[in-house]
Write a protein that binds this ligand. Structure first.
Ligand SMILES: [Zn+2]
Length: 117
């Protein structure tokens, strides 16, 4: 799952940091409805230490939030974006990857080295 960029409602210009997805439990358990809990994404503000809770996206919403790709290279770039530099280098050097995957890994490495713009 992909943490969403959110700004602190107090500081306004500070980006909240995703902490973790966890269960928010109610007090006790209701034998009719089962355990009371809610899945929440916890975000922290590094400046004022405010905690914000958000309900995670449903799988359908998550699918719809995935960007449209214009090429296979773009798609690979999206899939590789959380890879470390080392892992990207492995894709480039590896024999098991198709050319588009290698190209995407190269693009990501170059962008990290020389900046996004
Ligand atoms: Zn804040």
């Amino acid at each position: 799952m992909e943490p969403i960029k959110r700004l602190c409602p107090v500081c306004r210009d500070t980006e909240l940091q995703f902490y973790k997805r966890m269960r928010l439990t109610g007090e006790g358990e209701d034998f009719l409805t089962g355990p009371e809990w809610l899945l929440v994404d916890v975000y922290l503000c590094p400046r004022c230490r405010r905690i914000e809770l958000y309900a995670p996206m449903t799988p359908l919403e998550e699918f719809e939030a995935t960007p449209e790709f214009h090429s296979d290279v773009e798609k690979f770039e999206w899939n590789f974006k959380d890879y470390s530099d080392k892992k990207l280098q492995k894709v480039i050097d590896g024999k098991d990857y198709v050319d588009d995957a290698k190209r995407a890994a190269k693009n990501l490495l170059m962008r990290r080295k020389y900046g996004e713009h």
